[in-house]
Design a protein around this ligand. Structure first.
Ligand SMILES: NS(=O)(=O)c1ccc(C(=O)O)c(S(=O)(=O)NCCc2ccccc2)c1
Ligand SMILES: [Zn+2]
Length: 260
């Protein structure tokens, strides 16, 4: 694992310039040390209500593929957990590696997963738009779900089947009626900590909720992620892999757990 860490950090053309935002005290991702996390009995169960008809399209933004949602009303929302109010789903995307030995952004006791799903939500109570929420202290909530190699994931396959249509950067395809709840593990346990976006502008506005239990996907499904390209049509092809940011220092933060 150690050698792959060094290797994976070295393999990071994408993130070299973003190793750490100057003066950042709550950057993401982090390595979650299970024994150092603190059980918080006040943490409520996370409540998730996604409306599949709010799904709009999938697009390749040049460093991941994103599924965007209609966030003009409180239709696909999360609440409870560590949250004071409800948050609207804006988009979800993934981070993954070139091989199964790495790919996730967060780690648990230095264990890295082949991929990680991020569901990005914003606070419509304190912000009037997603773009505004990115700059607010607790403007965003991102739910992280680890992917591990295992059984075929039937719900994910609908998404995987659409990927060839967004092979190149800045391509987009309509994607209606998808319920991201199917990508949630059934186990309710999570960790939560205050962090940042892991892509520019790296703003420290994110309450992270990291699910303890991974979901299983099969090798073919991971390989389909790796067939995407960072590059636009006509450019020399660069496979979209290793689109994760290196670990950031925990500094003066405590990771809370919803479970003993
Ligand atoms: N890994 S992460 O959850 O931190 C994350 C990754 C990518 C993006 C993104 O914009 O694509 C986002 S985003 O949707 O929150 N957008 C942040 C950049 C942005 C700022 C202002 C307007 C549009 C995008 C978040
Ligand atoms: Zn992400």
């Amino acid at each position: 694992a150690c050698s792959s860490f060094r290797l994976r950090d070295a393999l990071h053309p994408l993130w070299q310039s973003e190793l750490s935002v100057s003066g950042g005290t709550r950057q993401s991702p982090i390595n979650i040390q299970w024994r150092d996390s603190v059980y918080d009995p006040h943490l409520k169960p996370l409540k998730i209500h996604y409306d599949p008809t709010t799904c709009l399209y999938i697009w390749n933004n040049g460093y991941s593929f994103q599924v965007e949602f209609d966030d003009s009303a409180d239709k696909s929302v999360i609440m409870g957990g560590p949250l004071e109010n409800h948050y609207r789903l804006k988009q979800f995307h993934f981070h993954w590696g070139a091989i199964n030995e790495w790919g996730s952004e967060h780690m648990v006791d230095s264990k890295v997963y082949p991929a990680e799903l991020h569901l990005v939500h914003w606070n419509p109570v304190t912000s009037t738009s997603f773009e505004e929420a990115i700059m607010e202290n607790n403007g965003l909530v991102v739910i992280g779900v680890f992917l591990k190699l295992g059984a075929h994931h039937a719900g994910l396959q609908k998404l995987v089947d659409a990927l060839p249509a967004v092979k190149h950067k800045d391509t987009i395809v309509e994607f209606d009626v998808f319920d991201p709840s199917c990508l949630m593990p059934s186990c309710p346990d999570y960790w939560t900590y205050d962090g940042s976006l892991t892509t520019p502008p790296l703003t420290e506005s994110v309450t992270w909720i990291i699910k303890k239990t991974p979901i299983e996907v099969d090798q073919n499904q991971l390989e389909e992620f790796r067939m995407l390209l960072f590059t636009s049509a006509g450019e020399e092809e660069k496979r979209m892999v290793d689109n994760f940011r290196p670990l950031q220092p925990l500094m003066n933060r405590t990771v809370r757990s919803s479970f003993r």
